[in-house]
Design a binder for this molecule. Structure first.
Ligand code: GUN
Ligand code: ZN
Length: 430
């Protein structure tokens, strides 16, 4: 049945400055879960006048958040005290991911993981799985049951890790292809070819990953790039002929506008120029980068006008320390401030919604509140906590309200989350 959601609606166009805001807005949603109409309440077409209404008063109604880099099999291993990235991977991450060979375990974990995303207002993600086919099967099935737009893939790893989290390159490529065949394009699901990073993939596996990316229409590619100094040194020793870390991916044909690289903290100007030219995306993962001591990624460095690299924003759970894209915006703000750049809240909200949707090639379907798009929505309550409520008394502009959500908000600020017009989460007042 058609339903109307009322609240303070906010959505972005292609840039953060292209902002559509209605203090008293309405969104009419059809039976199929898409948006039929949105605009100011007084202009709501008469045809929707008798539809049931969810009225959120002056709460903000936004497009659902998109998390552009997150690890499903790390959902419970936040706050693992590694010395640095490689130590953290070897001591905590690989042992935890080895559990996902078991389908029952992976299926139960997928329920918890997706519920957690929804509770945080995240309605779409580009997610890593483990190497095990059961892991990707479980996550695809759980996302499908919820009607989510979701992108994931089996992680490809065939070296430099314990036997319990590697397979061989051919098996991995075949399983990736089969998973693509089964899930890609099934309702709102998409496949991502997922070589973990060049440290854990052989020459053969990187070649096969590139072949998959070329041969599977509509597939994305996700991996890691230039995250920690120790990792960069290891890559240099594994690929002594490469000019730099980016050149390794470039050599295999893995750069491109469907490729998303997590972190990208220590990139040279040359690397940025190649990423820019190829249309690749670097995904900023600020809570992970500070937690693992990986470094302070500079958005300004990556966005230099003569060679701008497209940027995404992500939690990177479980290297990241918070599932909330609000907390992630807050950490991004602080990291950029340490780099002498002051992002606006609108810029950060744009990245977490329309921007990330575009990086995932899903902006024709999600990322903004417009007729024809899916009704994936997040409702934020500016008085959700005592601290937010008292700060809200001082807010003088929309930018101010958004800024206080980014700095002070987390899952508690999420009043409700809708996926394809269905309310999958509502927070009862504290
Ligand atoms: N590099 C390779 N694998 C990983 C991972 O799981 N997390 C992070 N943060 N970096 C990685
Ligand atoms: Zn990652």
């Amino acid at each position: 049945m058609t339903r109307v959601i009322r609240g303070q609606t906010l959505s972005f166009g292609a840039t953060p400055g292209d902002l559509r805001h209605e203090e008293k807005g309405a969104i009419a949603i059809g039976d199929d879960g898409t948006i039929l109409w949105s605009g100011p309440v007084p202009l709501l077409p008469r045809g929707f006048a008798t539809a049931p209404v969810d009225d959120y008063g002056d709460c903000l109604v936004l497009p659902g958040f998109v998390d552009a880099h997150i690890h499903f099999p790390q959902y419970r291993m936040l706050a693992a005290p590694g010395k640095d990235l490689l130590d953290w991977l070897n001591r905590f991450t690989f042992p935890e991911e080895s559990q996902y060979a078991d389908h029952g375990y992976a299926a139960a974990a997928a329920e918890t993981f997706l519920n957690r995303l929804i509770e945080n207002g995240t309605t779409t993600a580009l997610a890593f799985c483990s190497v095990h086919r059961a892991c990707a099967e479980a996550l695809f099935a759980a996302a499908h049951n919820r009607g989510m737009a979701f992108v994931t893939g089996k992680t490809m790893m065939d070296r430099n890790a314990p036997a319990s989290v590697v397979d061989d390159a051919e098996t991995s490529a075949r399983a990736s292809e089969e998973l693509y065949g089964k899930w890609h394009g099934k309702d709102r699901l998409r496949y991502a070819v997922t070589p973990r990073f060049v440290v854990t993939s052989s020459d053969r596996e990187l070649r096969l990953a590139a072949e998959l990316l070329k041969s599977l229409p509509g597939a994305l590619m996700q991996t890691h790039l230039s995250e920690s100094i120790g990792e960069i040194e290891l890559v240099r020793s594994l690929f002594p002929k490469a000019r730099d870390y980016t050149d390794v991916y470039d050599h295999y044909g893995l750069l491109g506008d469907r490729s998303l690289f997590g972190h990208g903290i220590h990139l040279s100007g040359r690397e940025c120029a190649r990423l820019s030219e190829s249309g690749s995306t670097v995904v900023h993962c600020p809570t992970s980068n500070t937690f693992l001591g990986s470094g302070l990624m500079s958005m300004q460095h990556l966005r230099k006008p003569e060679r701008p690299v497209a940027l995404g924003l992500a939690t990177d759970i479980g290297g990241g320390t918070n599932y909330s894209m609000l907390a992630t915006m807050g950490e991004a703000y602080k990291v950029q401030m340490l780099n002498r750049y002051k992002p606006t809240a609108a810029e950060l909200f744009h990245m977490a919604t329309r921007g990330n949707a575009a990086r995932l090639h899903l902006d024709d379907q999600i990322g903004s509140i417009e007729a024809g798009k899916w009704a994936d929505l997040t409702v934020l309550d500016p008085r959700a906590t005592p601290v937010l409520a008292s700060r809200h008394e001082l807010s003088q502009s929309l930018e101010d309200v958004l800024f206080s959500f980014a700095i002070l908000g987390d899952d508690r600020a999420v009043r409700a989350t809708y996926v394809a017009g269905r309310k999958l989460h509502e927070r009862l007042s504290a």
